[in-house]
Ligand binder design. Sequence first.
Ligand code: HEC
Length: 135
Amino acid sequence: MKKSRWSLLLAVPIVFGFALVKTEAEPAPGVRKFMRPKLDNAQKVLEGLALEDFEMVGKNANALLRLSEAAEWQVLPSPEYVRHSEEFQRVANELIRAANNKNLDSATLAYVQLTMNCVNCHKHVREARRVALAQ
Ligand code: HEC
């Protein structure tokens, strides 16, 4: 009797701990579903640049900008996440402007910056998750 009470005392923090690790280790399915289309939009921007189709570039840059303005985008409250988000919006706006002005070089440069921004924000998200897991 005494023994089982002890194991219960142990089991509670263990189960709780797993629940916490689970939420930190994986994004919610809704978040993933929301984030996924960015890849499609970014690939279409590249296609637009490669084919000098400014309408395609502008349309998909606009879609990316709209995604970044949605509430679902705010996954982490960290200042760094906010900074990456602001940078994303600045570069997406640059891409839209360059597409409107039919400036292929500026649009291509903005696309490269956008790609760096994708990778940098994901780096930060992974790092933040590793830190949360280690605690
Ligand atoms: C400000 C931060 C930020 C920026 C910038 C960003 N992402 Fe993400 N992205 C996230 C977060 C948060 C997730 C959710 C995954 C997670 O929590 O591990 C995610 C997930 C994804 C996923 C995975 C979805 C899945 O099925 O799991 C893809 C693909 C993706 N992003 C593509 C992009 C592309 C392409 C860009 C650039 C055009 C980009 N992201 C820019 C924050 C960002």
